[in-house]
Design a binder for this molecule. Structure first.
Ligand code: P6P
Length: 337
């Protein structure tokens, strides 16, 4: 089917607006704002090799990670786009220590959504031309409309998400998102700046033969995870599995979502709570994966049911095909007996 006969994302958002009772269109406008920012960031990412925007800026974020120029650029684009459209009352970003309070142009705090995001995940891949991504998570505020946003608006369990998605700046630019009614993927036709429905109603295969983990940390993994990795490598049944690790969460999870597979970022001695952030990496990826029929766990509990206590808290993260996550939890449980 020619791309220009496929449904555009704008048409899709309007069509699906009726999924929400009493919809006022604000969530649709929010998603459209994220799309607009995604187009701008995509343009810069594609040009990064040609203009002086690659490399570190000499500062570090709250995680203590060197901030890349594109990290901060993406952060600023998404924040400016959302602030200027008076749809959200607050934003939390990997690039900011605290959350950002947003007042409307009428100086009110009448907006009802908060957005949490990793503006450019996998940024260490930028200067070696490997795909990177943006991850976002949307919640209805808890605090009263008309008052300034509070930390409790951001520290909600993942099951409360109103929407979640990622933009993948890969061989093509894609946005994949859910509002709780399934998962759909759209691919950007950069010649005309429109996203077209390329992956309708995405389903994560219950099984897969790919495992994604940084095996350089193997010696520091919990015993159960070491045993699971050896299980993946055994010559038995449909194994050995294939090891694929891009080092970019969005890319690894996107491949596993489509083909089946599992992504693992375990706790280690150095990082007892793992590396990945619960609020703006794990929860959105977990919401998307579950909506597509997969699973996401911290090894014992469903990611979406974890109660956050800090904005940038980390969690061990296992995400992908349902039966593979079940097997990981089985190996962990056997070692904890
Ligand atoms: P490591 C990127 O920094 C990231 O947050 C994810 O995108 C990626 O999967 C992971 O960290 C890579 O971490 O320790 O294996 O380099």
């Amino acid at each position: 089917m020619k791309s220009n006969t496929r449904k555009t994302l704008d048409e899709f958002i309007i069509e699906r607006q009726d999924d929400f009772q009493y919809s006022t269109g604000e969530l649709s406008r929010l998603l459209n704002s994220i799309l607009l920012a995604a187009r701008v960031v995509s343009y810069k990412v594609r040009k990064a090799g040609l203009i002086d925007i690659i490399g570190a800026v000499g500062t570090t974020n709250v995680q203590g990670e060197d901030q890349q120029k594109l990290d901060l650029y993406a952060h600023n684009i998404f924040v400016e786009t959302l602030v200027n459209r008076e749809i959200v009352c607050g934003i939390a970003s990997e690039e900011n220590d605290n959350f950002i309070t947003i007042q409307g142009l009428d100086q009110s705090h009448n907006n009802k959504y908060v957005v949490l995001m990793d503006p450019l995940d996998g940024s260490s891949n930028i200067d070696v031309n490997v795909s990177v991504g943006t991850i976002f998570s949307v919640y209805h505020r808890i605090s009263p409309v008309g008052t300034p946003v509070t930390m409790e608006d951001f520290l909600q369990p993942g099951v409360n998400q109103a929407a979640a998605g990622y933009i993948l700046y890969g061989t093509s630019t894609m946005i994949v998102y859910t509002t709780g009614f399934g998962v759909n993927g759209f691919t950007l036709n950069s010649a005309i700046g429109s996203f077209y429905l390329s992956h309708p109603d995405m389903k994560c295969p219950e099984d897969g033969n790919v495992y994604s983990v940084n095996e350089g940390n193997y010696v520091h993994f919990p015993r159960g995870i070491k045993n699971y990795i050896k299980y993946c490598q055994e010559e038995k049944e449909n194994r050995p599995y294939t090891s694929r690790y891009i080092g970019s969460l969005v890319s690894d999870c996107h491949r596993n979502l489509i083909r089946g597979g599992v992504y693992l970022y375990p706790s280690t001695l150095k990082t007892p709570n793992g590396k990945l952030r619960l609020l703006y990496e794990c929860n959105p990826m977990a919401f998307i994966t579950e909506q597509a029929g997969g699973r996401a766990s911290d090894g014992n509990r469903r990611i979406l049911e974890l109660t956050p206590t800090e904005l940038h808290q980390r969690t061990p993260f296992y995400c992908g095909s349902k039966n593979m996550i079940d097997k990981i939890e089985e190996f962990i449980a056997n070692e904890e007996k």
